[in-house]
Design a binder for this molecule. Structure first.
Ligand SMILES: N=c1c2ncn([C@@H]3O[C@H](COP(=O)(O)OP(=O)(O)OP(=O)(O)O)[C@@H](O)[C@H]3O)c2ncn1[C@@H]1O[C@H](COP(=O)(O)O)[C@@H](O)[C@H]1O
Length: 106
């Protein structure tokens, strides 16, 4: 199994965001701006949904990789660090999602 982490990918995205858009997809998306990058993220999310619904495991792996990569680009453009997201996910471990939703103000 791979020990490559999302934090590793975040570092790669950060390093490539300032490269030449002619040589780097990351830089091309960063130069195009958040609307373009977010649209691409949405496309990859839909492709992941389709792969999941179709039960296509190979496509689910590939489309999820596309999705996570484009999510890292969108987070980078949005100035959000992966650590902030992981901190929020850790905060949520203290409670079931069902209980969390039930406890929201009506
Ligand atoms: N993980 C990725 C990664 N996943 C997808 N992509 C690119 O995202 C683009 C997606 O565009 P398209 O939708 O046309 O391609 P597609 O999704 O395969 O097409 P569909 O089948 O979905 O229609 C393609 O150019 C992919 O190569 C990625 N580009 C870069 N990375 C990582 O980022 C690093 C730096 O890449 P550059 O910034 O390009 O140097 C790479 O070494 C990788 O580690």
């Amino acid at each position: 199994m791979s020990d490559f982490t999302l934090a590793d990918l975040e570092r790669i995205v950060a390093a490539r965001a300032g490269a030449s858009p002619d040589e780097s997809w990351t830089a091309r998306l960063a130069a195009a701006g958040q609307p373009r990058a977010a649209k691409k993220l949405g496309e990859e999310a839909v492709e992941t949904v389709i792969a999941a619904i179709e039960g296509d495991r190979t496509a689910l792996v590939s489309e999820t990789a596309d999705l996570l990569y484009h999510l890292m680009v969108v987070l980078r453009i949005g100035g959000v660090g992966l650590a902030e997201v992981m901190q929020e996910l850790e905060r949520r471990t203290g409670q079931s999602g069902i209980a969390e939703k039930a406890g929201r103000p009506q």
